[in-house]
Write a new protein. Structure first.
Lengths: 515, 515
C-alpha cells in the first residue's frame, strides 16, 4: 500500500500537519483498523476530526485508512496516536514512531456501489475499482456491509459474478503448476464434523494427482478444516512452502489466510458472515477466485442440502451449481457439483482435535471409525479421480476405496504432514464429562446450532482439544442413563461452564419415549 | 431498556457468570456502544468471547447490547469491563459498579431484513419488530447498514413506507395540541445557509398559527438549524419545556435530538449519512414520523433541486413529493411540496453564528440583508399561512411580507428565544482573514462542497462563531484584489489551518477573465 509522494496529504493541500507518535494500544477490534486520538490534542481540533472520522495515517511512505475513536482523559498522551491491533499490523512501526494524519478521501468506488444499489449492474471496471479499494482497506465496515447487501439475494447476474471473480483474482497472487491437470475439492457451507478434505486430499494425491488445497479457519463455528489440520501438522504455509509440499507430495492442506490467494475475499467474509447473508454471486466469486488463483483445472464442489445447512433446497442447490459451472467455463476450469445430505453433523467429534481423531480412525480403518464421514469422502474422491483421469467413469469409487483400505491414503497424509513441518498427535482434553439420557426413547431431533455453541463454550476452536463427542445420532434407541455426548475441555472452568449450559438446555436432543 | 428478571442471562442457562466491575474508559466511538475486556480474563475465556462478539451487559436490571473489543495488555484490569462513552451513557453507573455479561442473542428482526434483501416486502409486523430492535440498540452498525441498503434505491413501495412510518411513530412519544390546525415546515436536503426555519416560524407564529418545530444539528455539514438557533437561545428542550414554549408563543425551534420524537430515525441517520444513500421510502418515513409525532396537521416541504443538492432532478422531486403526499394522507396530514432552486448556498454566512447574523439581518430589515434567504422564507411562510387558513389563496405572500416588514416577526423570534430560556447575541469570531481574487473576471462556479469543508476546518459547527462569509456569489464581476470570502475562526491555529487549505485550492471559485 505504498503510494508516490505526490499523494502525500501534506503536499496535497499544504496543511501544516502536526507530528504524532505511534502508540500500540493492544486493543483488538477484529479486522477493522481503529485509531485513537485525544479530543483535546491540537491535530484533532485543527483537522476537525471527530469520533468516527475516516483518517489516513502515514508512517514514512506506508499508510493505512482507519476509523477514529476520540479519547477523553488520560488513556493516551496528547501527542500520541493510538492504534488498534489491526491498524498496527497493517502500518507497522515501534512505539514512538512519527506519524502524520489527514482526512481520508471518500472511497471513489463507493459511487459504483451506490449505482448498484440504485439498480445499475457492476461492470468490469467498477468491479476492479471496488476490489482494489477493498484490498487497500479503504472501505469502512458499514460500506462493506452496503456492498455485500447490494450483491445479496438474487441481485448479481452471471456477468457481474464473472467481473467480480476476475477482479478478485487480479489483486492476489496466482499459482502455476507444471501439470495440466490440477484438481481441488470444496464444500459450500460447513456441516459440523464434515472433514472430508483430510481424506480426499491424501486419497487423490496417493493416486498421483496434484491437489494444492487451501482451507479456512473457523469464523463462527467450533472448527474449520485448517484448525483440524493444525492439530496434525503446521498449516500457516507461505506460497513457496506450499509449492514445495505440493511438488514433493502432490497435495497439501494449508491455511488459506496465510497464502492470501484471494485477499479481497478474506476481507468481504469478515462482514458477510456476521450478517448471515447468502449471495450466489458472492459465494461463487469467493470460491472460484481462490481456485483460479490456486491454479486448479478440475474442481468437485460438495453442496450439502438441508434445513440447517447453508443451502436449503435442491432448487437453490441447482441454481448455485449452474452458476458455478458457468463461471468456471469462463475461466477454463471444469466444475462438477455433488449434492449431499446436510441434515445432521458428520462423524462423532465436534472440535479441532476430536474431528482429527475421526479422520485418523477412517484412514487407519479402525472398527469404530465414523462410516458417514468415510462414505462422503469416498464419493468425493471418486468424482475427483474420474475428473482427473485416474479412473474411468464408474470406477472412481473402487479406486478410492482401495487406496483407503490399503493404507496408501494414510501413508500419504503422514507424508503431507511431514512435508508441512512434521506430524503431530492431536491433543486429548484433560477434562471430560458424559451427559446421559434422562429417560429411555429414540433420538428424533438434534439441535446442531446449540451443539456447536456448546462445543465453543467448552473452548473450541481456541482450545484445540475441546469440543464434544456425539454418541447418539438420529434414530438411536437409548435406555435411561445411556450416554448422549461427552464434553471435552482443556480447563475445569471451561468444562463447568459448558456443562452448566448443557444442563439448562432441554432441546439438545429430542428423545421420544417408546410406547 | 429494562426487562423483567426472567430474562436475566444467568437464569436463562444457569451459567456461573463471573463478576466484572465497570470502568468508564472515555473512548468516544460515536454512537456505537463498545465494551472492552482483557483477552486473558476468565469471563472472556469461559464465555468464548472474541473481538467483535455482540454481548449483553447487565447492571442490575438495566442492560445494553455492545460490540466487544478485546484488550491485550495492561490498558484495563483483569476484572474490569471497559465501556465506551456511548455504552456508558446508555448503561450508566459509576466506576467499580458490578456488571454481568453474556452473549447477546441474535437480533430476531434481522430475519425480516434478510427476507427484504431476498425480495420480500417489509410488512407491518416486520416493520414494528425492526424498529423496536433498532431503538433497543440490538442492531450492530453493519446490520443497520444492511437494513438501510436494503431499503435504498427504489426498493421501498408505498405500503412499506407507511408501515415503517407507523412503526417509527409508535416507538416514540407523540404530542397532542388543543388546536385542530398545527403547521410545520421542513426542508429536504440542506443547502448551506438555508436557515428559512428561523424566519418562517416567527412569521407564521406571529400570525397566530401553532408551529412546534424541531430541527437537527449538523452531522456532516458546517451547521444544522439547531446549531444556528443555539447561538440565539437554548435549544435542548425536553417535551414539557417545548410544550410550554409553544403554548406561550405559538412556535418554537427546538433540537429534535433532545425531544426524541422519532428515536429510531436518529439511530438510522447515524449510518445513513456516512453511506450517502438516498431512499425516498426512508426519507419520507424519517420526515413524516417526526411531523406525526409532533402532532402536525399541515406541513409545507421544501425540496431544493440542483446538481449538488440531495434531489438532483425535477422528476426525482416529483416522485418524492407524490410519496410524501400519499403517506401524509394515510396519517391524516396535509402535505404541500414546494420545489426550489438548489444550485448555490443561501445567504452570506456559512457556520452557526454567521447564519444567525443573516437571519437577524432579514428580521431587522437591514439594508445588506441577504435577499435570497428573505425571498425563500417568504415563499414558504406564504404557503404555510394559506394552508393554515390565515390567508386566502394568493394572499399569503402579502401577509408574510407585512409581518416581516412590520417587525412583528422579529418581535416574535425574540419572544420565542426568551421562552426557550433567554435570547443571546451570536458570537463573533476573534480571528478573521479575507481571501481576495487573484485576477479580475466573473464568478462562474463555486464549489459548495469545498466551501463547506473549509468552514468545518475553520471550526464550524463546534466553534459556533467559525465559518465563512461569501462576498462573491455566482455572476459577481470582480477586480483583482477584491474580496471573495472572509474566514472566521475562534483560534489563530484553526484560522491558519483553514487558510492553508484554502490557499492550496484552485477551484473554490472559478473566475473567468473578462475579454
Amino acid at each position: 500500500m505504498n503510494r508516490p509522494a505526490e499523494c502525500d496529504p501534506a503536499l496535497q493541500h499544504g496543511a501544516p500537519l502536526a507530528a504524532l507518535r505511534l502508540r500500540r494500544l493492544g486493543i483488538d477490534t477484529y479486522q477493522e483498523p481503529v485509531a485513537y486520538l485525544r479530543s483535546d490534542c491540537p491535530v484533532c481540533k485543527s483537522e476537525g476530526f471527530e469520533a468516527r472520522s475516516r483518517i489516513e495515517i502515514w508512517r514514512g511512505e506506508r499508510h493505512i485508512v482507519a476509523t477514529l475513536n476520540v479519547v477523553h482523559g488520560p488513556l493516551i498522551e496528547m501527542d500520541q496516536l493510538g492504534l488498534s491491533e489491526a491498524a498496527w499490523h497493517a502500518l507497522g512501526g515501534a512505539d514512538g514512531a512519527p506519524l502524520r494524519v489527514a482526512h481520508a478521501r471518500p472511497v471513489p468506488s463507493m459511487s459504483a456501489v451506490r449505482a448498484k444499489i440504485y439498480g445499475r449492474p457492476i461492470g468490469a471496471d467498477a468491479a476492479s475499482a471496488i476490489v482494489r479499494d477493498v484490498v487497500d482497506g479503504r472501505y469502512a465496515e458499514i460500506e462493506l456491509a452496503a456492498l455485500i447487501t447490494a450483491c445479496s439475494g438474487a441481485r448479481m447476474d452471471l456477468a457481474e459474478t464473472i467481473a467480480l471473480t476476475r477482479a478478485m483474482v487480479a489483486v492476489g497472487q496466482r499459482l502455476r503448476w507444471d501439470s495440466e491437470i490440477v484438481v481441488d475439492k470444496h464444500c459450500v457451507g460447513g456441516l459440523p464434523g464434515n472433514r472430508t478434505t483430510l481424506l480426499v486430499v491424501p486419497i487423490v494425491a496417493a493416486c498421483g494427482l496434484i491437489i494444492p488445497k487451501t482451507s479456512s479457519r473457523a469464523i463462527t463455528s467450533p472448527a474449520g478444516t485448517a484448525d483440524t489440520m493444525e492439530t496434525l501438522a503446521p498449516v500457516a504455509l507461505d506460497l513457496p512452502a506450499m509449492r514445495r509440499v505440493v511438488e514433493r507430495e502432490g497435495g497439501c492442506i494449508a491455511w488459506g489466510g496465510a497464502v492470501s490467494l484471494s485477499p479481497a475475499d478474506d476481507l468481504l467474509i469478515r462482514v458477510e458472515r456476521p450478517l448471515g447473508l447468502d449471495s450466489d454471486g458472492l459465494m461463487v466469486a469467493s470460491v472460484l477466485s481462490k481456485k483460479i488463483a490456486a491454479g486448479s483445472s478440475h474442481v468437485v464442489i460438495d453442496i450439502p442440502v438441508g434445513r440447517t445447512a447453508k443451502v436449503r433446497s435442491p432448487q437453490a442447490a441447482h441454481a448455485l451449481a449452474r452458476r458455478l459451472e458457468a463461471v468456471g467455463r469462463e475461466f477454463g476450469i471444469r466444475i462438477e457439483v455433488m449434492l449431499s445430505d446436510g441434515s445432521q453433523p458428520v462423524g462423532h467429534g465436534i472440535g479441532p482435535a476430536l474431528e482429527a481423531w475421526d479422520v485418523l480412525a477412517v484412514l487407519q480403518n479402525q472398527s469404530g471409525a465414523p462410516d458417514d464421514l468415510r462414505q462422503r469422502a469416498l464419493q468425493l474422491a471418486a468424482r475427483v479421480l474420474v475428473m482427473g483421469g485416474k479412473a474411468a467413469p464408474g470406477e472412481g469409487l473402487a479406486l478410492a476405496r482401495s487406496v483407503l483400505d490399503s493404507g496408501a491414503a494414510w501413508s500419504k497424509l503422514q507424508a503431507i504432514c511431514a512435508a508441512q513441518g512434521g506430524m503431530r498427535t492431536p491433543p486429548r482434553a484433560a477434562h471430560t464429562h458424559v451427559l446421559a439420557a434422562q429417560h429411555q426413547g429414540r433420538v428424533i431431533a438434534i439441535d446442531n446450532r446449540r451443539l456447536a455453541h456448546l462445543a465453543k463454550l467448552a473452548g473450541a476452536p481456541k482450545a484445540p482439544a475441546a469440543g464434544l463427542e456425539l454418541h447418539a445420532p438420529l434414530g438411536t434407541l437409548l435406555g435411561t442413563g445411556q450416554p448422549l455426548l461427552t464434553l471435552h475441555a482443556e480447563s475445569s472452568g471451561e468444562l463447568a461452564y459448558a456443562l452448566s449450559y448443557a444442563q439448562a438446555q432441554d432441546s439438545l436432543f429430542t428423545i421420544q419415549e417408546a410406547p
